[in-house]
Design a protein around this ligand. Structure first.
Ligand code: NAP
Length: 318
């Protein structure tokens, strides 16, 4: 099922008055932003991750009811993910469990309990020699285990007509020492006055994590369900994204080194993952953030590291 302005709204909008919000993967880049935006909107939030619940591994959970039933959530947002392509390839079982089986369990539980929920998943489906923007119904070509497991998860999640399934490309800060996000790696290199390599032939539609969280809650507020592309409105090369971020951060563009992706990659990676967000914009009645707005939000983030704090990220860039 694909959401469109013409489609019926399959679920009544969730509201904070009806119960708490459960966030899976709340310690991740998006999960942290969802928790902050939810609190601003009056939600009582309950976050689950391996950091907050020692021993929790969604890959091994057989039934969600013991976790969820006593909490009676009004809304569940699943932002749990194995976001590393290499890690998914190295442990295909874990990738399938987190990206496919968990959404499947959520769909079963949500349909049984009548709870609205949001499954966030990947844009990592397409490769090409040019920058393309893909609509929701574009056939996918998963190039690796990460993408195959997400694609399987999409089918399982959409068995519940009450699911809002969001394809996106998240950019932001996570603050996990030794595990920098792409943006954290670039910010660290900038502050150290080191060059930053970025590809001219890798394209996506990045959106800052809080901008995405705001859009997701707005869509929940109007009861949208089905598969929807919710991302930055500009599909741009990695190099153009980094240049916009560099400029927004007040640095000179000479720190950027425009490169090309390696001819051979293992595992193979999708490189043309731009998303057409016009359907989401029609639902929202507003534009999603353009490249400059995404870059400015990232540069303005309180998590933008100061040069003296950079050792925490422990990264080599360039
Ligand atoms: N970041 C990107 O470049 C990007 C691009 C496109 C789409 N997306 C999508 O955006 C969503 C959120 O991504 P993100 O960047 O916020 O991811 P992230 O920062 O890597 O966070 C993922 C979260 O999932 C949790 N998790 C992973 N495996 C788990 C397991 N086996 N059991 C329990 N928890 C587990 C992690 O918990 P711990 O804190 O315990 O490790 C973490 O909180 C995902 O759907 C992703 O596909 C991200």
């Amino acid at each position: 099922m694909t959401a469109s302005p013409a489609a019926l709204r399959a679920s009544a909008p969730a509201s904070p008055a009806q119960g708490p919000l459960i966030v899976l993967g709340h310690a991740g880049t998006l999960g942290q932003a969802v928790m902050r935006v939810a609190a601003d909107r009056g939600w009582r939030t309950l976050g689950f991750s391996r950091r907050s619940v020692p021993g929790l591994n969604w890959a091994r959970v057989a039934d969600l009811a013991p976790y969820f039933k006593p909490l009676a959530p009004a809304l569940v947002i699943n932002a749990a993910a194995i976001s590393d392509v290499g890690a998914a390839e190295a442990d295909p079982m874990a990738a399938m469990e987190v990206h496919a089986r968990l959404p499947g369990l959520l769909a079963e539980w949500a349909q049984r309990s009548g709870t609205p929920w949001v499954q966030v998943c990947t844009d990592h489906y397409w490769s090409a020699n040019e920058n393309l923007r893909h609509a929701e119904e574009a056939p996918v070509k998963p190039p690796n285990m990460l993408a195959r497991s997400w694609h399987e998860g999409e089918q399982l999640a959409l068995r519940d007509p009450g699911c809002l399934l969001v394809r996106t490309h998240v950019a932001g800060f996570r603050g996990h020492a030794g595990q920098p996000t792409f943006v954290e790696g670039v910010a660290a290199a900038l502050a150290r006055a080191e060059p930053v390599d970025a590809c001219t032939d890798v394209w996506a539609s990045p959106i800052e994590a809080h901008q995405l969280a705001e859009a997701v809650f707005d869509l929940v507020d109007i009861g949208v369900t089905g598969r929807l592309h919710v991302a930055g409105r500009d599909a741009v090369s990695q190099a153009d994204f980094v240049e916009a971020f560099i400029r927004a951060g007040g640095h000179g563009p000479d720190q950027l080194r425009r490169t090309q992706r390696p001819a051979r990659q293992h595992p193979r990676r999708a490189n043309a993952t731009g998303l057409d967000v016009s359907r989401a914009e029609a639902w929202l009645g507003r534009r999603l953030p353009a490249l400059d707005e995404v870059a400015e939000a990232l540069a303005a983030s309180p998590a933008m590291p100061k040069p003296t704090l950079l050792r925490e990220f422990d990264v080599e860039v360039g």
